[in-house]
Design a protein around this ligand. Structure first.
Ligand SMILES: [Zn+2]
Ligand SMILES: [Zn+2]
Length: 169
């Protein structure tokens, strides 16, 4: 696999090749993505602080058609509201989220991937709830959620960051 190929490049006539495998801490659940993220983010909200057991959560928005659970049966956890948070039922790793009312992408926790080093959060949300010392390299920061009309521009900006391959190298 050639990671220097830009899978977002619109002029490519061949189908993009971006296949990555991943799984939970114990390996009972395995997954595969076959397209790069539409966009990537970090969320500093207190809910993500609790569920991630850390300062913030990380998400890679993977097109639903390019996201596949290949082994095991993830279980729903978290608040069990409109958004469904999926965990490994054995090791309880928080693996991915299907956002409420949205079915065209899945928010994968990128550290589930066997090789996540290319991941960089493009924007960050809920900085008003962040721990004082917590910083990320995100290009765009929002005190709460981004305005609805900012997503198109940010998705284009993220794609642009792939000009020479994955933004993380
Ligand atoms: Zn597990
Ligand atoms: Zn959050």
């Amino acid at each position: 696999m050639n990671t220097t190929v830009n899978p977002h490049k619109a002029t490519d006539t061949t189908p993009p090749s971006f296949v990555r495998e991943g799984g939970c801490r114990c390996g009972a659940v395995r997954l595969r993505i076959s397209a790069p993220p539409l966009i990537t983010m970090a969320c500093h909200c207190t809910g993500c602080q609790k569920m991630s057991a850390s300062a913030y959560s990380l998400s890679a928005a993977i097109p639903s058609a390019a996201f596949e659970v290949t082994k095991g049966e993830p279980v729903v956890g978290g608040l069990r509201g409109a958004s469904k948070h999926y965990f490994c039922g054995q090791c309880m790793t928080w693996m991915f989220t299907r956002p409420g009312g949205i079915d065209f992408f899945v928010n994968l926790r990128p550290t589930m991937l066997d090789e996540p080093s290319w991941f960089v959060p493009y924007f960050e949300t809920w900085t008003r709830e962040k721990l004082a010392w917590a910083t990320t390299p995100a290009a765009r920061s929002f005190e709460a959620l981004p305005p609805e009309d900012s997503y198109g521009e940010m998705i284009a900006g993220y794609a642009e960051s792939w000009r020479d391959g994955p933004p993380g190298g």
